[in-house]
Design a protein around this ligand. Structure first.
Ligand code: UFG
Length: 329
């Protein structure tokens, strides 16, 4: 039986496909290539199309024996979601509705979902646990929470079992050097720092140094993208062995401030990385750090690429080898 990966040509999706390839799984990929890259797909059968196209999904489910779905396909920029909420409700929420309805029609009852720490909003407790309050501060997080809730009710009504994985800050690149992070536009801290190290940007802007943290900059929990990918494979295993629906945080449990990340990147790259303090970015919580105890105990997840130096080092190798990203050398 095949695993369908939606958004499998994107940053995290392509690393999950790589992990499935390493396991020898049969893989089907759906991606509309709006953000994804054909060259990021290291294996499996790629269908280019959109989840909101019912005939297209009928073809994908009809031509393949799919028993589980890993659902990444979504828009994921916090800032953009605040300016264009309709785009996020349409692609993320309606897209997921279309997918769940087609899964139901075709008798596919297992889904692993790409969720986010943005579902929590400003946390009540640090580290954050799965049972903590969810009160998103941006449209992106709100749509991901809506998608989680939709899966809950499809489970109640139709027995579609789900594992929702709430990621903290994904970073790094695959050990093979073949795939890495290439967003357009790029908004994430680590790639922007590395583009600065490469001389593609004059400086990195630090969005606020007046947060209630030790050095005044925001603290995040950075997790290697291949450790995230491994959790998806474990989640598929859980569902295939009859496990119930569940929600898990995925992070390292250690927070680093923006200034600390820049300092570590300076050490890793040996480059001068000029930084300029600027105004806060709307919607940024001060501290987001995960408790991933549940994923460790229930999924058997063991992140192995924990050191931020190594996470940034893997991203630096990718950026040096692919300074203009996919297909742009
Ligand atoms: N930052 C800067 N300068 C930049 C870019 C980012 O100072 O040029 C700061 C941000 O303000 C934030 C930190 O670096 O404090 C991390 O920012 P990212 O944009 O890299 O990541 P976010 O924490 O905002 O968001 C990421 C994902 C979201 C996800 C969230 C969950 O992009 O999809 O993690 O924690 F929801």
């Amino acid at each position: 039986m095949a695993v369908l990966v939606t958004g499998g040509a994107g940053y995290i999706g392509s690393h999950a496909v790589a992990a499935l390839v390493e396991r020898g799984e049969e893989i089907v990929i759906v991606d509309n290539l709006q953000q994804g890259h054909r060259d990021a797909v290291l294996g499996g059968k790629l269908y280019v199309g959109d989840l909101r196209d019912g005939e297209f999904l009928d073809t994908v489910f009809g031509e393949n024996s799919i028993d589980a779905v890993i659902h990444f396909a979504a828009n994921s920029l916090v800032g953009e979601s605040m300016k264009d909420p309709g785009k996020y409700y349409h692609n993320n929420v309606y897209g997921t509705l279309c997918l769940l309805e087609k899964m139901n029609q075709h008798g596919v009852k297992k889904i692993v979902f790409s969720s986010t720490a943005a579902t929590y909003g400003e946390p009540e407790n640090v580290p954050i646990h799965e049972h903590d309050r969810t009160l998103p501060t941006n449209t992106y997080g709100e749509t991901k929470l809506a998608m989680e809730k939709m899966m809950k009710w499809f489970d109640v009504a139709s027995g579609i079992k789900y594992v929702s994985l709430r990621y903290f800050n994904a970073a790094g690149a695959h050990a093979s050097g073949k795939i890495g992070e290439d967003h357009s536009p790029e908004t994430h801290l680590v790639p922007i720092i590395l583009q600065t190290a490469l001389g593609q940007r004059s400086h990195i802007s630090i969005f606020g140094d007046d947060y209630p943290t030790e050095d005044g900059t925001c603290i995040r929990d950075y997790i290697h993208v291949s450790d995230l990918a491994d959790a998806h494979v474990l989640a598929v295993d859980r569902l295939r062995s009859g496990g119930d629906s569940a929600i898990y945080n995925l992070g390292n449990g250690t927070g680093f401030s923006v200034k600390q990340v820049i300092d570590i990147a300076r050490q890793v790259t040996g480059r001068d990385i000029p930084a300029v303090i600027e105004a806060r970015r709307a919607g940024d919580p001060a501290v987001l750090v995960a408790s991933s105890d549940l994923a460790r105990s229930e999924l058997g997840w063991k992140p192995t690429r924990n050191k931020l130096e190594d996470i940034i080092g893997s991203a630096w190798a990718w950026h040096q080898a692919n300074p203009a990203g996919y297909n742009k050398q």
